[in-house]
Unconditional design. Structure first.
Length: 583
């Protein structure tokens, strides 16, 4: 870039006139703009303060409303979890008793043992309990107030809405094994003429054509949560001068921290003088969806005199509650007066400071303009040289970075491949591990639900493997585990997958394989291991459990079935196979 001699005078003398002139013009414009903003601010000050307070109050109400909706959303979730846990615990008790005594007690005696063990399980003052019925609707275990019905069929029993709930429970248990139902009943301890919504959970027992169930009334679960929630909101509200109040659609005041005596009163029927003034205002809104500001006279918390209050009220989603909070006109007037004083004082200070600073800037601009003209000429020459140098360095840097990124990408890909192998392969046997088993069986279950592709699972472990470790040492035990892994792996089909599930336990996942075919594979594997010589004094054998995945099964349930069948094989004397009964 070349600067000719004809341009030099412009660079030398131009800034001396241009810079001071621009400085004066900017100073004048700034002061005029500030004066205009000052007068505009005074005109809209009150409106801005009101809008600011409306925004602050509405945000506070909305945030509190969201908190309440969030907290109350857990009521039904916790209710489901709590009822299911009760029934599952009762079922475990019953199953344990059945397993302990079904071989030694007659059926009638065993039923009585189970019923007597579960009968004491009651909650909520007797409102919630465990019941037992069979598929014909016969009551085997009833609560105290219905005990006279034990031994009789209530299959045609209907709830308050006319639903045949016993038939619905039996249908649910037969089709799905367990599940939830909502129904409507009177309470044992409630009003006789009032119906209450309740949630029930039922599950199949697995014996005697029995099913177990329990329930809990929704209002019982809600009351305790509401009390704690109102107490929390009250604590939050009392930390501010502007209190939050909560009423329900019937007009009952649930929360009023600024005057707790009003809690429990009804806005529509209260004889309190302040309440009668606002009854008509709230009456119109209680029957419709609310989300707006309202105004009404109310005593100021400090002066105790009536003052116009602007309040934001809205529905709390998912409840019959209405929440509100607001501010007083007297407080706004005080804020407006205070803010006006601040603005006037700031404007006067600004004028004085601007004039002083502007004069100083004009002098400085005039002095510097002489030096700037010369500096600009030198700057343009340096600029061209600098740009060329920077471009050269930037190109070199880009080439270096591209090479570095490429090398790191290759190392990262290699490291990821190695990490994936470490995560999914058993370190000892070099076959797939338990982590990879969980991934594959979950994928197989999804495939079952989508395409109805049947699959089976073989679970086996080594018989008396602890004696091998004790007598021959753990190194020998490891060698046998490796040998068996290789032996079984080599005998499987390409689609079958062998996993080391843990210790001496192994899993074989058999896609597209029904139970009988899986049994044949398991028997061939058992014989192959038995016939193999592993360098021990006695033959090495395995015990096996074989299951086929059924509708309603999960990862945990099918593994549990396989484990149970494996131990049945152990109980039969080992070196044997137990398979799941075909439904």
């Amino acid at each position: 870039m070349k600067i000719t001699n004809s341009i030099v005078p412009v660079f030398i003398w131009g800034p001396i006139f241009i810079i001071p002139t621009i400085t004066i013009l900017l100073l004048a414009y700034t002061m005029q703009k500030k004066d205009s903003n000052y007068h505009s601010s005074l005109h809209v000050l009150e409106d801005n303060i009101i809008e600011k307070n409306k925004k602050r109050v509405s945000e506070r109400v909305n945030n509190t409303s969201n908190l309440i909706s969030y907290e109350k959303s857990f009521i039904k979730k916790e209710l489901h979890k709590r009822i299911q846990q009760r029934v599952d615990d009762a079922k475990k008790i019953a199953i344990n008793l059945y397993n302990q005594h079904h071989k030694t007690l007659e059926e009638k005696q065993l039923k009585r043992v189970i019923i007597d063990a579960i009968r004491p399980l009651v909650w909520n003052g007797g409102e919630s309990f465990i019941w037992i019925l069979d598929y014909k609707g016969v009551f085997y275990l009833a609560p105290e107030y219905l005990r006279h019905l034990e031994g009789t069929s209530i299959i045609n029993f209907k709830d308050a809405t006319g639903r045949e709930v016993i038939k619905e429970e039996i249908k649910l248990v037969k089709s799905k094994g367990s599940g939830f139902l909502w129904d409507t009943f009177t309470k044992p301890n409630g009003k006789k003429d009032k119906q209450y919504k309740q949630l029930a959970y039922v599950t199949d027992f697995g014996h005697f054509n029995w099913y177990l169930g329990s329930s809990e009334y929704l209002d019982t679960a809600t009351k305790a949560t509401d009390a704690l929630l109102l107490e929390k909101i009250s604590t939050i509200s009392t930390q501010h001068n502007e209190h939050i109040f909560i009423i329900n659609r019937d007009g009952n005041i649930l929360l009023h921290p600024s005057n707790p005596k009003l809690q429990g009163e009804n806005i529509l029927s209260s004889v309190h003088p302040h309440m009668t003034r606002i009854a008509s205002i709230f009456k119109a809104g209680l029957s419709e969806k609310i989300n707006r500001f309202i105004q009404y006279p109310w005593p100021h918390p400090v002066s105790k005199e009536l003052n116009l209050k602007t309040t934001y009220v809205k529905d709390i989603e998912g409840t019959d509650w209405i929440i509100g909070s607001g501010f007083f006109a007297g407080d706004i007037e005080k804020l407006v007066d205070t803010e006006k004083e601040k603005i006037v004082l700031q404007h006067e200070e600004y004028h004085q400071d601007t004039l002083t600073l502007g004069s100083l800037l004009i002098i400085i601009a005039f002095i510097l303009s002489v030096f700037i003209s010369r500096w600009l000429k030198t700057l343009f020459k340096l600029y061209e040289t600098t740009i060329q140098e920077h471009n050269s360095k930037l190109k070199e840097l880009n080439e270096h970075l591209e090479a570095k990124v490429k090398r790191r990408t290759i190392r990262l890909e290699n490291a990821n491949a190695k990490l994936e192998r470490l995560v999914t392969i058993d370190a000892l046997t070099k076959i797939h591990n338990r982590y990879y088993f969980m991934e594959r069986i979950e994928a197989e279950i999804k495939r079952f639900h989508r395409y109805k592709n049947v699959f089976s699972l073989i679970m086996f472990d080594l018989d008396y493997f602890k004696q091998v470790n004790d007598n021959y040492g753990h190194q020998k035990g490891d060698e046998i585990l490796i040998s068996i892994s290789q032996l079984v792996q080599g005998s499987l089909r390409d689609t079958d997958i062998l996993f080391r599930f843990g210790g001496e336990e192994f899993m074989i996942l058999l896609p597209q394989t029904e139970l009988e075919e899986a049994y044949d594979i398991a028997d061939r594997t058992r014989k192959m291991v038995e016939e193999k010589q592993f360098g021990l004094d006695t033959a090495t054998t395995i015990s096996i459990g074989v299951v086929e995945f059924q509708e309603g099964d999960s990862v945990d349930s099918i593994v549990s079935k396989a484990d149970t069948l494996l131990y049945q094989s152990k109980d039969k004397g080992r070196n044997s196979i137990s398979k799941m009964p075909k439904e």
